[in-house]
Design a protein. Structure first.
Length: 190
């Protein structure tokens, strides 16, 4: 069974919206505004590319990333690995042609079936709505969180507000950086 890893830049109050800049979001670009750059805090992003064997995205994140990531040297490892997009509206004609193999999945059941295949870890970037659905369905195995010492208030959250049973997490790795960022890696306890 493959491991499904959610990776997120997240504020202390749980917001994941607009970390690098999204039009229309009041606090857009919060990951680089008023935060000192500490390179070692972002090493997790390179580690994730080395660990992952596939990318899973929601439609909105796919549309945002597929326009820029294929040509960015810092995401070269992602360019060649298989991508999966969960969408009920995308068609094959909507997919970019310069970002290797991309498969459209139509449901969480198809995501669950993908996890049952042979292969290494699958990483999820962005995709707030998809992440909420994956978490609520019990499909996430690990969380890679880079927590920013910010309270943003309004914005999309990584976790839904669905009333559900308690889900236990086990902290397996953590680090605090000079700029106040915290790396927190949690395994989901089954």
């Amino acid at each position: 069974m493959r491991t499904l890893i959610t990776s997120a830049f997240i504020s202390l109050d749980g917001v994941v919206e607009g970390p690098g800049g999204e039009p229309g979001y009041r606090n857009s670009g919060w990951t680089f505004k008023d935060i000192d750059f500490v390179p070692e805090a972002y090493a997790i992003k390179g580690d994730e590319q080395k660990e992952a064997t596939a990318i899973l995205l929601g439609r909105t994140s796919y549309e945002a990333f597929s326009g820029v990531w294929p040509d960015m040297a810092e995401f070269a490892d992602y360019k060649v690995m298989p991508k999966y997009v969960v969408s009920t509206t995308l068609t094959d004609d909507d997919l970019v042609t310069n970002w290797s193999e991309t498969t459209i999945l139509r449901s969480l059941d198809e995501v669950a079936a993908l996890k049952e295949t042979e292969g290494g870890p699958i990483i999820v970037h962005g995709s707030a709505t998809l992440n909420q659905a994956l978490s609520d369905a019990g499909l996430v195995d690990r969380y890679h969180l880079l927590v920013f010492p910010l309270l943003l208030g309004a914005g999309k959250r990584l976790f839904s507000t669905t009333d559900k049973d308690t889900q236990q997490l086990k902290l397996v790795e953590h680090e605090v950086y000079a700029n106040g960022l915290q790396k927190q890696i949690f395994d989901v306890v089954r």
